[in-house]
Design a protein around this ligand. Structure first.
Ligand SMILES: C[S@@+](CC[C@H](N)C(=O)[O-])C[C@H]1O[C@@H](n2cnc3c(N)ncnc32)[C@H](O)[C@@H]1O
Length: 335
C-alpha cells in the first residue's frame, strides 16, 4: 500500500515536472517582455528600488491603454524565478479585488537588468538572444541531431549568424552592446582574481568585439605595449565554415603566432562533468544548446578535461584553469 502511494506521488511529481518543462518558454519570453518594457529601470529609479505595483510601474513606462493585470501576471511568474521580490501590502488590490495589493522590487538578479553609469546592463543580451532571426532557429534544434553539417540558424535564415548580424546595423549594434554588458562585469572579476597578464607585452584579443576587454586589460597593465583587437568585419564575413575542428584550428593558429613562453588566455564557459540540477550546470548546458543552434551545429562548450587535451593536441605544454567567476572560467595555455 505504502509502495503504491509512493509511486502515485512520484507520478504526480513527474506530471508536474513535465508540465513545467513544456511551458518553460513563458520564462525567457516574459523576461524579454520586461526588458522591452524597461521595467527594471522603472523600479530602480536611480537606486531607490521602492516596491511598486504593476499600475505604478506602467505609469512610469507606458502610454494609456496598457494592462496592469497582465504585467502583474508576468511579474509574479518571474518572481518565482528570483528576478523580482514580491511585497504584499495591507491595501486591497484594485486589479483583482484580493485583500492585499502586490508590489515588486528588484532582486540581485533583477538588478542585472538595470542600466549602469556606463550605460551597460544584461538587458541587451536578453534582447539579442530573442531577436526574430534567432527565434526562427529554435524550432530546428532537432535538426542539429539529424544533420549537423549546418546549424539551425543557417537553415532558418540562409546564412551564418555573424554574416547575418554584420549586414544589419541594428543587429550588429545590439550584439556589441550585449557583449559589453556581459563582458565588462566579467572582466572586472577576472582582473581581480587573475594576474596572468603581468609581463605580457603583446596581446591579441581574438574576437574582441567592441574592444572592452582589451581596453580594461590595457588600463590595468600598462606594460602591455601592443594590444590588438582581432575582429575585423571582413575577416568575420570570410571566415570559412569548418565545424568540429574550428576550435582546434583557432588554437593552432594562436600557438603558431605565439613566441616561446607566450600564452593563450581564453575565457570560456566550461562544462561540469556531472549533469546535476544546479543553476550553474543548467546555465552552462543551456548555453551549449544556444551555441549548437545559433553559431555552429558542432560548435560546443567543453569540459576542463577536453580543454586540457585540446591544448596538448596543438602543442601547448602547460595548462591552468582559474575559477574567477561562475559562468566563465579563465583558461591559460602556455607554449
Ligand atoms: C561571443 S562574441 C565575444 C566578444 C568578446 N570577446 C567579449 O567577450 O565581449 C564573439 C566575437 O567573435 C567575433 N568573431 C566571430 N567570428 C570571427 C572570426 N572568424 N574572426 C575574428 N572574430 C570573429 C564576433 O564578431 C564577436 O565579436
Amino acid at each position: 500500500m505504502a509502495f503504491n502511494d509512493e509511486s502515485a506521488e512520484k507520478r504526480k511529481s513527474a506530471r508536474l515536472a513535465i508540465l513545467e518543462l513544456a511551458n518553460m518558454i513563458s520564462v525567457p519570453m516574459s523576461l524579454n517582455a520586461v526588458v522591452r518594457l524597461n521595467v527594471a529601470d522603472a523600479i530602480w529609479q536611480g537606486g531607490s528600488n521602492t516596491p511598486l505595483s504593476a499600475s505604478q510601474i506602467l505609469q512610469r513606462i507606458a502610454s494609456t491603454g496598457s494592462d496592469p493585470e497582465n504585467l502583474q501576471r508576468i511579474l509574479r511568474m518571474l518572481t518565482s524565478y528570483g528576478v523580482f521580490e514580491e511585497h504584499l501590502t495591507n491595501e486591497s488590490s484594485p486589479l483583482d479585488g484580493s485583500a492585499s495589493e502586490r508590489k515588486y522590487s528588484l532582486t540581485e538578479i533583477g538588478k542585472t537588468l538595470v542600466t549602469d553609469a556606463e550605460g551597460l546592463s544584461y538587458a541587451p543580451y536578453v534582447l539579442q538572444h530573442h531577436q526574430d532571426a534567432l527565434m526562427k532557429a529554435w524550432p530546428l534544434v532537432h535538426e542539429a541531431v539529424l544533420d549537423p553539417t549546418t546549424e539551425a540558424f543557417v537553415k532558418a535564415n540562409g546564412e551564418p549568424a555573424y554574416d547575418y548580424y554584420g549586414k544589419q546595423e541594428e543587429m550588429n549594434e545590439l550584439m556589441l552592446k550585449a557583449m559589453s554588458g556581459v563582458s565588462v562585469p566579467f572582466m572586472k572579476a577576472m582582473l581581480d582574481g587573475y594576474d596572468g597578464f603581468k609581463g605580457v607585452e603583446r596581446l591579441v584579443d581574438v574576437g574582441g568585439s567592441a574592444g572592452d576587454c582589451l581596453r580594461m586589460i590595457l588600463k590595468k597593465y600598462p606594460g602591455v605595449r601592443h594590444g590588438i583587437n582581432f575582429d575585423l568585419p571582413e575577416v568575420v564575413a570570410k571566415a570559412p565554415n569548418i565545424p568540429d575542428n574550428e576550435c582546434k584550428l583557432i588554437m593552432e593558429n594562436c600557438y603558431k603566432a605565439l613566441p616561446e613562453g607566450g600564452k593563450l588566455i581564453a575565457c570560456e564557459p566550461v562544462l561540469p562533468k556531472d549533469s546535476d540540477d544546479s543553476h550553474r550546470t543548467r546555465a552552462l548546458l543551456e548555453g551549449d544548446i544556444f551555441v549548437m543552434t545559433i553559431y555552429r551545429a558542432k560548435g560546443k562548450h567543453r569540459t576542463e578535461e577536453e580543454f586540457t587535451q585540446l591544448g596538448q593536441s596543438v602543442g601547448f605544454s602547460h595548462f591552468r584553469a582559474f575559477h574567477v567567476d561562475y559562468f566563465y572560467t579563465v583558461l591559460e595555455f602556455q607554449k
